[in-house]
Design a protein around this ligand. Structure first.
Ligand SMILES: N[C@@H](CCC(=O)N[C@@H](CS)C(=O)NCC(=O)O)C(=O)O
Length: 206
């Protein structure tokens, strides 16, 4: 079996979807979680200077979406046709657009508090509700999934980043307001091998 090493911070955020997918596929991997303090020494060794990064038999592959899509393809979670794959890709890109917008209100990524709070005030009125409603409608239409009415790697993208998204949105009640989102998360985390991984994984807030 090939040797997989996965590099990310000790967080779920952009990395967890790939960890969950490897657990789903029964792929053993070394889960390298570094601290903020360790990062400056690690960054120059990463292909694009960022994580997540997956190393397969010593070869580095970067970009969270590309890694998760690769794992999805490997484990039969990309549908059957190019149009199926397109339906999955479009919703994943939509999710990423949402996350990038929400990150403009993040203390970590938007250190200027005035800009951050101005963004949050505006987006929580004019931007976030639209993303949430559209995503909610899509999940309801797909019976608790993001695409194709069944489990795909898109579900892992939402499940893995759900805690991060909820924190970015400052919506501790996200699951109550939008139970459909929680349904996607539960559908992924209730898969036995995913549950085993998650039960044993270090706890992180997001
Ligand atoms: N588009 C990239 C973004 C990667 C990214 O920005 N990762 C952050 C952590 S979530 C990072 O490496 N930050 C440290 C840095 O850029 O020095 C992906 O999806 O993998």
């Amino acid at each position: 079996m090939s040797k997989y090493v996965f590099y990310y911070f000790d967080a779920k955020a952009l990395g967890e979807s790939s960890r969950l997918l490897m657990a789903y596929g029964g792929q053993e991997f070394e889960d390298r979680r570094h601290t903020d303090e360790e990062w400056p020494a690690i960054k120059p060794k990463m292909l694009f200077g960022t994580v997540p990064l997956l190393e397969i038999d010593g070869k580095q592959y970067a970009q969270s979406k590309a890694i998760s899509r690769y794992l999805g393809r490997k484990y039969g979670l990309v549908g059957d046709t190019p149009e199926d794959a397109l339906e999955i890709d479009q919703i994943v890109d939509f999710l990423v657009d949402f996350r990038l917008k929400a990150e403009e209100t993040s203390p970590r990524l938007m250190p200027d508090a005035a800009v951050r709070e101005r963004n949050y005030a505006a987006y929580s009125k004019n931007v976030f509700p639209d993303y949430l409603e559209k995503l909610n409608a899509i999940i309801v239409k797909n019976n608790g999934h993001l695409a194709l009415g069944k489990l795909t790697w898109a579900d892992f993208m939402l499940a893995g980043s759900f805690d991060y998204l909820r924190n970015l949105l400052r919506m501790p009640d996200l699951s109550t307001k939008y139970p459909a989102f929680q349904q996607v998360v539960d559908n992924v985390y209730s898969i036995p091998q995913v549950k085993s991984y998650a039960d044993a994984a270090p706890y992180t807030e997001e």
